[in-house]
Design a protein around this ligand. Structure first.
Ligand SMILES: NC(=O)c1ccc[n+]([C@@H]2O[C@H](COP(=O)([O-])OP(=O)(O)OC[C@H]3O[C@@H](n4cnc5c(N)ncnc54)[C@H](O)[C@@H]3O)[C@@H](O)[C@H]2O)c1
Length: 442
């Protein structure tokens, strides 16, 4: 069993640390935020990630948290970099946190392998290797080991990965990193460092391409009377294509997709190549986030002084992450149109990001007096929106289902006018009459 230091106590660093501890390794997680380290030491988890709290508690004996670089590296054989790499104004990845970690490495007696889990542009490994050599840290190996976990299922993704990618300059370093995953059944992909870096960026670019593709198909479906849910199923059953990431909706978001796709586009551009397809993928997504406004206007006319319930704020269910969430764009557009926005999310807190929005404790509270309810994040509890209680609470029973969560027939039978994404919609829908008052009470 090995001693592992992890730099960064965010979604990736904490999950990686907890899972390696669960495999029997000794793990020290280092962050620069004192409040984050205090919380973790007190047994509280600063992020919402299913299963993580239990995993951290169950492996407390093999896990510790520190602000101190020396303490983290004391006896460590591996130093994982799991710090953020957000976009800069130019769309390139901001590697300042990565460089802070690299620059903080002291001269060590033991052999240390620096393992890059953060998503970085292709060529970063070469630059870090050169910087380490310049500083005389030739005893520090370098391995690219990109992370593919998805928030909401991160623990399961770590313990049951589709593959583990290990790109190394020295085969021995790669073998040592691969050995850390012993006990996990998976396919090991060993490559050079640049290819490992590209696998991560290209994977996210491909996933977003699939989503933007099905969203464009959905938009055409709306014009020609087809149902994108059936279309996607029919496409996905083709074994050459597969069914994943063919779900139409209000667009992709999250901490990774936008910045990684942009970073790859800029990387290509900086290298002299115009990546046209990615430009289109990004543009389609930006437009997709705004289409809900037109759907609302189709039913309500101008949105000034209309009350719109925005249901779900996190960029997807199972997480509290609001980074690049489509809900933020939609809520801002609705506010700009003069609408009153009432928002609900079971875990994400957007009060510091959205000013002028009324935040509610339940979706039932959010739809109170609303002219329309928009499902932005497909939290499973939102299927309850079809209950008479919700319909009775709304001023006007219109649902715009931005994630195709609900069955359109059931929604209409429950008395709602319903608009999905890429689904046939009668041009003038007459909602069923409101249920009798005694039914509403049920
Ligand atoms: N979140 C995901 O779903 C996901 C999936 C795969 C890959 N990634 C990549 O993993 C990396 C981390 O993502 P994240 O979502 O965990 O980020 P995050 O923002 O949740 O966490 C990053 C943490 O690093 C800390 N930090 C910053 N500088 C530091 C330093 N010098 N030393 C120690 N800690 C430092 C921050 O305080 C923060 O707690 C990014 O490159 C991201 O693209 C993320």
């Amino acid at each position: 069993m090995s001693k592992i230091a992890i730099f960064g106590a965010g979604y990736v660093g904490l999950v990686t640390g907890a899972c390696f501890a669960d495999l029997g390794h000794d793990v020290v997680v280092r962050d620069i935020l004192p409040e984050r380290i205090d919380e973790l030491r007190a047994g509280r988890v600063p992020i919402h990630e299913p299963g993580l709290e239990e995993l951290l508690a169950g492996n407390a004996g093999r896990l510790s948290f520190t602000l101190d670089v020396q303490e983290a590296l004391d006896g460590a054989e591996f130093a994982f970099v799991a710090v953020g790499t957000p976009p800069t104004y130019s769309g390139d990845a901001d590697l300042s946190a990565v460089w802070t970690v690299v620059d903080s490495l002291p001269k060590l007696d033991q052999r240390l392998t620096l393992v890059m889990k953060s998503t970085v542009p292709v060529g970063t490994g070469e630059k870090v290797r050169a910087a380490l050599d310049t500083r005389g840290l030739v005893g520090v190996g370098y391995v690219s080991n990109p992370e593919f976990l998805a928030e909401g299922t991160a623990v399961r993704d770590f313990t049951h990965p589709d593959r583990v990618v290990v790109g190394a300059f020295e085969p021995g370093d790669g073998e040592r990193v691969a050995a850390l995953y012993e006990g996990i059944e998976t396919t090991l992909v060993t490559t050079d460092v640049a290819s490992a870096e590209m696998i991560k960026l290209a994977s996210n670019a491909f996933l977003t391409t699939r989503i933007s593709f099905i969203n464009e198909i959905a938009n055409v479906c709306e014009l020609v009377g087809a149902d994108v849910m059936d279309v996607a199923r029919g496409i996905g059953l083709d074994h050459r294509l597969g069914s994943h990431f063919l779900r139409a909706g209000v667009g992709w978001g999250g901490s990774c997709f936008g910045k990684d796709v942009s970073a790859l586009k800029q990387l290509a551009g900086n290298s002299g190549y115009h990546f046209q397809l990615l430009s289109a993928v990004i543009e389609v997504n930006e437009l997709q986030k705004r289409r809900v406004v037109a759907k609302l206007e189709k039913h309500l006319g101008k949105l000034r002084d209309r009350t719109i319930a925005v249901l779900g704020l996190a960029f997807k269910p199972g997480t509290d992450d609001l980074r690049d969430a489509p809900s933020l764009v939609l809520a801002s557009r609705l506010l700009a149109e003069g609408a009153d926005v009432r928002a609900w999310d079971p875990v994400a807190d957007a009060a510091h990001l959205l000013h002028g929005v009324t935040f509610c404790d339940s979706y039932l509270e959010a739809v109170q007096g609303a002219d329309a309810a928009v499902i932005v994040t497909e939290w499973p509890e939102l299927v309850g929106l079809l209950a008479p209680e919700a319909r009775g609470a709304m001023k006007n029973p219109l649902i715009v289902d931005g994630r195709n969560l609900l069955d359109p027939g059931a929604a209409r039978a429950a008395g709602f006018a319903y608009e999905g994404i890429g689904r046939p919609s009668p041009s003038s829908q007459t909602p069923a009459p409101a249920p009798e008052p005694d039914t509403v009470q049920q």
